[in-house]
Design a protein around this ligand. Structure first.
Ligand SMILES: Cc1ncc(COP(=O)(O)O)c(C=O)c1O
Length: 373
């Protein structure tokens, strides 16, 4: 068979990553117009890009020219926004590309990546695609990292090379504290700190560790415009990398990885700092309202979150059935049924009217159940 002869045998064993169902497909399946669907399943920013970014996109005149391979203008803008020197920054087609790029640079087939589930699914996925082996050190029941367990796994795995730490963690929203992070950085591997949601935690006084990259030669920090700036559809993220790694990432990345539109929108978005901060504040407030109002139903138990979503354990009923019933009402949430997040749903913070729709849908579901009893 041709596949057996030509295909990498380890690819057959890779679990398919389940991305979200496209908006249009779902709208058609549910028989509703797109505008009627409340999308709280992928931690997107419902406010969309800042007006300045939309204006810059409309005014752009160079979409027929290949992008700057060095993304100089974007990296300068990120440098001004974060305070990190542009020389340590690399932009990518979303943080997703940078997760893959780091693994491509460091993994030899069979090398080990430590993952701390429940966490972001792209870490084990990209590890497998790059021929690595994931060793899981599960988080504790409160979603805190098991630092001793991680150290033991590193000691037991001479081929351990990378540790992924997501803070705030997707899907629960917990943050890693300084002491734990320092302890992990003392281990002999590369720590990739994924700060995709850090802007929401920063609004509540937690700090980004982007500046730590200058002091730790085994730390990478990744960030994205998807959540902060409503640019998930344009795919743009960035990272700060240590000196020894960065030149090799430059060497192996696709030359035109950040497209012209993404760079135009991202630069303009960063100029609209007040707008971004205002929306982050609104989303954090809405997350708190969500947690409070959902808890009042009695069968939903929220976990504390520092991000733009809230994880809820569903008690006394199947979470999957609840997710599906909400979908029928035009409200999308994410369902989990893995160790540590069994029978859970994750709800992204939306606009106040999105929360209103979710609450109304839940009331409708309960009323329907009561009328069938
Ligand atoms: C923890 C985490 N990291 C990275 C990403 C992906 O970011 P991007 O859209 O920049 O690829 C996500 C998206 O959901 C995420 O949850």
């Amino acid at each position: 068979m041709i596949a057996q002869r030509l295909l990498r045998p380890d690819l057959a064993a890779i679990e398919v990553y389940q991305p979200i169902v496209p908006f249009e497909v779902l709208a058609e399946r549910l028989g509703r117009p797109i505008g009627d669907i409340v999308k709280l399943d992928a931690n997107e920013n419902p406010y969309g890009p800042p007006p300045g970014a939309l204006a810059a996109l409309a005014a752009g005149r160079h979409y027929h020219i290949y992008p700057d391979p060095d993304a100089n203008g974007l990296r300068q803008a990120i440098s001004r926004y974060t305070g990190a020197p542009a020389s340590c920054l690399l932009a990518g087609m979303g943080a997703d590309e940078l997760i893959d790029l780091v693994l491509r640079a460091v993994l030899m087939p069979g090398d080990v990546v430590i993952n701390c589930p429940p966490s972001f699914g792209m870490y084990p996925f990209s590890t497998a695609v790059n021929g690595g082996r994931t060793v899981a050190v599960p988080r504790r029941a409160d979603f805190g990292l098991d630092a001793a367990g991680i150290a033991a796994a590193v000691a037991a795995e001479p081929r351990a090379k990378v540790l992924f730490v997501c803070s705030p963690n997707n899907p629960d929203g917990s943050v890693v504290d300084d002491a734990t992070l320092r302890r992990l950085l003392a281990l002999p591997l590369l720590v990739v700190l994924d700060e995709a949601y850090i802007d929401f935690a920063e609004a509540e006084g937690f700090s980004s560790r982007l500046s730590w990259v200058a002091e730790h030669d085994n730390l990478v920090v990744l960030r994205t415009f998807s959540k902060l700036a409503g640019l998930a559809g344009l795919r743009v993220g960035y990272g700060a990398f240590p000196d020894w790694l960065l030149p090799h990432l430059w060497k192996i990345k696709q030359p035109y990885n950040v497209n012209v539109a993404a760079a135009v929108a991202a630069v303009a978005a960063l100029e609209d700092g007040d707008w971004l901060r205002d929306k982050v504040g609104r989303l954090v407030a809405e997350r708190e309202r969500l947690a409070r109002e959902l808890a009042a139903f009695g069968f939903l138990q929220p976990y504390p979150s520092r991000s733009n979503f809230v994880l809820l354990r569903v008690v006394g009923r199947p979470a999957l059935a609840l997710k599906r019933a909400l979908e029928e009402e035009g409200v999308l949430v994410r369902h989990f049924d893995k160790p540590g997040v069994d029978n859970c749903i994750r709800v992204s913070a939306g606009r106040p009217q999105d929360t209103d729709r979710l609450l109304a849908a839940l009331r409708a579901i309960i009323a329907r159940e009561a009328s069938h009893e």
